[in-house]
Structure formats: C-alpha cells, structure tokens
Design a protein around this ligand. Sequence first.
Ligand SMILES: Cc1ncc(COP(=O)(O)O)c(C=O)c1O
Length: 379
Amino acid sequence: MLKLYLLAPGPTPVPSEALLAMAMPIIHHRSPDFTPVLDAAKNGLKWLYQTKNDVLILCSTGTGGMVGAVNNFFSPGDKVLTVNGGKFGERWTKICKAYGLQAEEIIVEWGYAVKPETIEAKLKNDPSIKGVFVQASETSTGVYHDIEALAKIVRKYENTILIVDAISAIVAHDLRMDEWGIDVMIGGSQKGVMLPPGLAFVGISEKAWKFSEKSKCPRFYFNFKKERENLAKNQTNFTSPVTLIIGLNESIKLLQKEGLENVFKRHERLANATRAAVKALGLELYSKESPSNSVTAVCAPAGIDGQAIYKNLREKYGITAAGGQDHVKGKIFRIAHLGYADTFDVIIAIAGLEMVLKGMGHPVKLGAGVAAAEELLMS
Ligand SMILES: Cc1ncc(COP(=O)(O)O)c(C=O)c1O
C-alpha cells in the first residue's frame, strides 16, 4: 500500500468535518432547508474576506470568478492593466482580451513581484485606465504581490478599480478587503478553504458595484447583479451547489475556531519552515523576493529534472506536490502548505524530498532539511 499525501497548491486536502457534512443527503436549494445554510455561508465569507459586503458564491472553478470579474465591471475597449508575473497573470490578459478590453500587460520577470511604483506611474500617466488586475499569490512562481501597497495606489483613482485573484492566497495571507480598499477579490474552494473544486467566491466593493452599472460586456451565466439580488434572499441565480456550500460552512467553522490571525500565522510558520528546509538542503528558492505563504517554489538542482522530482515523490512516496509550468517545467518543483496543512505536512514533504534527491544521486545529507524545518516548526 502507498499512503497518499496531497501537498499541491490546489486541490488541497479536505478535513473530515467537511467531508462528513458533505455526505449528508441532498437538500433542495429553493426550500427552507437551504436558507440557514446559505445564510451561514454568507456570514462566514464576510468574516473570511474581512468585508461588510456580501461575497458572491458561484458554481464554477476560480477561473469562472475571474471571467465574471472582467465581464461584469468593464466594457469592450476599456483600458486596463494586467500584471503578468506568471501563468495566472497571463490568464488575466487572456480573459480581458477575450472580452475586447484593451489590456496593457505589465510583464514581471517570473520569480519577482510587481513594483507598486510601476503601477503608480502608469495610472498617473493615464488616468483613463479603468482596472488593475493582479494575483495576490502567483501560484506558478510562488510569489506574493504586495496587495496592500497596490490598493493604496489604486484607491486614489476614482475611475480605477483593483481586481485581485486571491484564489491561492486566501487564508495564507492577510487580505483586508475593506480596510485596504480591494475592489474585487476572487477565491476558489479547492485551495485555502479546504474544499473540493467547484466554488468561486467574489468579494465586491461599493466602488466596483458602481462600475458594474456601466459595464457593457455580454454575460449570461456570471451575472453578478442577479447573483447579488438572489443572495440577498439567501438564494443563488441557478441551482446552488448545496453540498459544497454545506462543506464550506464546516471549513469556515474550523478556521473561525482557530482565529483568522492564527490561520495566517500558521501559514507563515509552515512557509518559513519549508523555505529554511530547502535552503538547508542546498537548494535555491525560485521566488527571488516576496515568497508566498501558500506555496514554495524551488529550483531543481543542476542536472536534475524538476519533473522527475515531482514524479518520484508521487510514485515512490505517494506525495503529490507540483511541478513547474510553462518555460520552468522541469526546472522547478513546488510544495504547498495551504489550507488543511500543519507541522507534519512540511516534515513529510521535506523528508520525501530528501529521499527522492538522494535516490536520484544528488548529494544531500538525509535529515538536514527536516532538522532545519523542525527548528522553525517548534517555534
Ligand atoms: C492564482 C490562481 N489563479 C487562478 C487559478 C485557476 O483556478 P481554477 O483552476 O479553479 O479555475 C488558480 C488555480 O490553480 C490559481 O492558483
């Protein structure tokens, strides 16, 4: 038997409390049985998003939330900036272009974070730019973009909104939607909120809702105005993903029991330990600055294929981490510490990594990474 460990940056493991709740018989989404369920989910998401506004719940993967964030707030021809520092930043550009927006890409070298001054200069130079699209955590590179700094800049521009793909950042990073002035923030169920794939969440500021009144992009399924009206009546526009929303309430209960501050601290602790461990093994972090607390991207040692590390972790030790994407495929591998993750998930990942590297003929001292992680995990 090979025991399986899921240490990928999504999907992530689901706690048994949520799994058990989702095993209950299906309830009807237009019946009174569902009203308290959606009401609890609404309140839970407001807490998680640190916002007083309702957070929409969509039956889709995170990308559906990204699409809705483009076609509900903008019109064809609108000028926007998209921060492209990895695979998911590139997706922002593709979606904006699909809806006829004039997207100017801010190319950020993979492994680095966007410089807030770059965005500030662009907006100063052209106040007709209506939106700034960015990731909080760029999952493909393991880099966190400084959302607080970006929000501080964008909120100065009345005609510009900040749209944050926080799909892999929620719970791993403190993202204060209302306090900082994030206008649209997208989440997904299979990441930090510890659920199966299938839900997208979209937090929306009052400023962004005003943009939606002027938006002329075509839309049908992702109609945020209709979703908002339905949510006010504890309904969703179409058939509600009842099972996932029941699970969501259980996951949020667990996070609430821990406390938001502690949730962030746990992710920081796990991320610090993972980084220290890979460095102790003589490996280099792929993120050259601002590493994400949800996933650690690591450069494969010279002469060793990053995909082979990923494959060996899976096949020999049952550990599913992640490889590299696009031009860094084979050059990096990624270890997640996101959602239902704690001390021994890091130890498993690092011990597995040590054994895989040694097995591939790379000179590592077994236990060196684990010891470095333990030092930090005990703190
Ligand atoms: C930062 C980020 N954005 C977007 C996505 C896309 O989400 P989904 O696959 O749920 O559509 C992911 C998923 O890996 C992600 O990590």
